[in-house]
Design a protein around this ligand. Structure first.
Ligand code: GTP
Ligand code: MG
Length: 336
């Protein structure tokens, strides 16, 4: 998500007051009676400084997309990464400041007009004092918006049309290897602050249909009971996205996880995600006892045998994905 540049209170005030000074000097050179000039100058300074800040905040508000208009995944993503309530509260503070500044502008312009020339400067100073104190009141919110801008700068680019598979499975079972083999190009690895290590999205096209495969290191590779609230929310966000989950087993157990615990993790993932799961038995080249493979296969409904490192079994995975792609297309047409 793109958020515009957020000023600090000092930056906002500097800009406002220096523009006000310029506006005042223009007034000074204009052809109006000398005794009027003092008041006109102070009026211009108050007006300009309020308007400069109002315009700057209004532009931030206009350029910031409304969270509730975004696809569900992005809403959840923003919530996980910075917090939706906090973001709304901070934008609300800008709105508050805009309203108050325009009130102050009117109020003090009137005051100056009605004042004696010799009092105009002190009324203007009072107005500047109030403007400064408004900026100070929203210091925290401005700091937060600047932080949110940085954290949301590279939000993952999700293709909502594409059939989306999310990869799950313990560490070292071959998730990244599979992602690379499924998607011909190097997956775009970006430092999205969604998981501790970022998420990876690989794209592929097959028979004119688009697919995206998402790996989420550090998220779906351990027991759900170990997760904190942020991680649980990240999982919810992924559920909005996933048409199918590719659950990767390391049947060789060389990654250090026994098949028993891998099946347990599968059960947890199935429980949490309301999404079809395809089981992929990987590293079959390292298995001596083929009876074991038959046993594993009998435990789950749908499974595929793969040697990801050599690209063996990959085309079957793609065929399976295509079946889900067809289902998705059928449903999305029905939605129209
Ligand atoms: N023998 C064999 N090794 C494999 C196979 N697939 C992956 N590997 C190896 O297993 C190791 C782990 O693979 P990764 O793809 O990094 O596993 P990962 O699940 O992404 O690991 P994390 O990102 O740490 O969770 C690597 O050394 C791979 O080369 C396979 O089918 N057979
Ligand atoms: Mg990996």
């Amino acid at each position: 998500m793109f958020l515009p540049t957020i000023p600090t209170p000092e930056e906002a005030l500097d800009k406002a007051f220096s523009r006000a000074k310029k506006a005042a000097s223009k007034t000074r050179t204009s052809k109006i009676p000398r005794q009027m000039k003092g008041k006109r100058v102070e009026e211009a300074r108050v007006k300009t400084s309020c308007q400069v800040i109002i315009a700057s905040f209004q532009s931030i508000l206009d350029k910031t997309p409304k969270v509730e208009d975004l696809p569900m995944f992005y809403q959840d993503y923003i919530d996980v990464v910075v917090g939706v309530d906090e973001l709304k509260k901070s934008l609300g503070a800008l709105n508050w400041a805009v309203a108050l500044l325009s009130k102050i502008e009117n109020q003090y312009v009137h005051k100056i007009r009605r004042s004696k020339s010799e009092n105009a400067a002190s009324i203007r100073r009072e107005a500047f004092g109030r403007i400064s104190s408004i900026m100070n009141r929203i210091r925290e919110e401005l700091t937060f918006l600047d932080y949110a801008k940085a954290r949301l700068r590279n939000m993952p680019t999700i293709d909502f049309e594409a059939t989306t598979a999310v990869i799950a499975g313990f560490p070292n079972v071959g998730k990244s290897t599979l992602l690379r083999k499924l998607t011909t190009a190097e997956p775009k690895v970006a430092d999205y602050p969604f998981t501790t290590t970022g998420i990876q999205i690989g794209h592929l096209e097959r028979r004119w249909k688009k697919y995206q495969i998402i790996d989420t290191p550090g998220l779906l590779d351990r027991s759900i009971k170990d997760m904190n609230e942020i991680e649980l929310n990240a999982m919810v966000a992924l559920e909005h996205l996933a048409d199918v989950i590719l659950f990767i087993f390391d049947v060789s157990e060389t990654s250090g996880y026994l098949m028993d615990s891998q099946f347990k993790l599968l059960e947890e993932v199935k429980r949490v995600f309301n999404t079809p799961v395809i089981c992929i038995f990987n590293k079959i080249d390292l298995v001596d006892n083929l009876n074991n493979l038959e046993l594993y296969k009998s435990i789950v409904n749908e499974s595929l045998m793969v040697e990801a490192s050599e690209g063996k079994g990959i085309s079957q995975v793609l065929d399976k994905l295509e079946e889900f792609g067809d289902v998705k297309q059928k449903y999305s047409r029905a939605d129209d």
